[in-house]
Design a protein. Structure first.
Length: 254
């Protein structure tokens, strides 16, 4: 089996333009510095595509763009409503600067950041296979997007030695059926919401949060959802499952 590292290097070598697709909620965590260094080393033009931009405030998006645009052109995309896909098509043509020739575009990124969905948004039809299950794309696929653009769709790229289950839960790489510490992941989600959009967390679960810890908030949400055990104690596992599913389904906005 070809390693991810060898696969990525091959895609970078063959492509005329590279797209690094990242998650708007976790721009730094879903960047891959090793991949970026290889692209720069080979002097290949690349575009940073911030997907799932509908899940993040405009202010946060602009701060991310200001930071990352020093490295490469940045395009916001929402696969949900296909916003930004026309702009991305124009940027691909501009970055390639190849007159009358076909442009081979390599797409790289973590599992579940929505690479195949971005491709489908640009092509305007369902050409790249997608699935809510992380790791659905199993091998390299070529997708004709028209206007001289041909995509190379690849499996997700996880930084080598990546073992952080909490990050994988936050990114949706692992769902609740594959997480060993669901409560820990749910607490991480609560911590992020408290830091970045406490009001949205309160509104979504119809709770009032003052100075409670993330664990206290989990208990509060569990009681509000009536996830109680026989003795009236909060069913923490059921509550954690609800929070993680809401987060991974894009219902909690930051």
């Amino acid at each position: 089996m070809v390693s991810y590292k060898a696969l990525v290097k091959d895609v970078i070598k063959k492509a005329d333009v590279l797209l690094e697709v990242i998650d708007a909620r976790f721009p730094e965590e879903t960047r891959n510095s090793e991949v970026e260094r290889e692209i720069i080393r080979l002097n290949k033009p690349f575009i940073i595509v911030i997907n799932k931009s509908d899940l993040v405030s405009r202010e946060k998006l602009e701060k991310t763009k200001s930071r990352l645009s020093k490295l490469a052109p940045v395009i916001f995309v929402s696969s949900k409503d296909r916003s930004g896909t026309t702009m991305l098509r124009h940027q691909i043509l501009a970055s390639a600067a190849m007159k009358g020739q076909d442009i081979l575009v390599g797409t790289l990124g973590y599992p579940n950041v929505g690479k195949s969905s971005v491709i489908n948004g640009v092509t305007g039809r369902h050409r790249a296979s997608t699935s809510p299950v992380s790791g659905h794309t199993k091998g390299v696929q070529h997708v004709d997007a028209g206007s001289r653009i041909m995509f190379i769709d690849t499996p997700g790229v996880i930084p080598f030695d990546e073992k952080d289950e909490y990050l994988q839960g936050l990114l949706g790489i692992k769902d609740t059926t594959h997480l060993k510490d669901m409560i820990g992941v749910a607490l991480k989600i609560i911590e992020k919401m408290l830091a970045e959009n406490k009001t949205a967390l309160e509104a979504f679960y119809n709770v009032t949060i003052e100075d409670e810890s993330s664990y206290d908030v989990l208990e509060l949400i569990g009681r509000q959802c009536n996830f109680l055990q026989k003795k009236g104690e909060v069913d923490e596992a059921r509550t954690a499952t609800r929070i993680i599913n809401d987060w991974q389904n894009g219902l909690l906005l930051i």
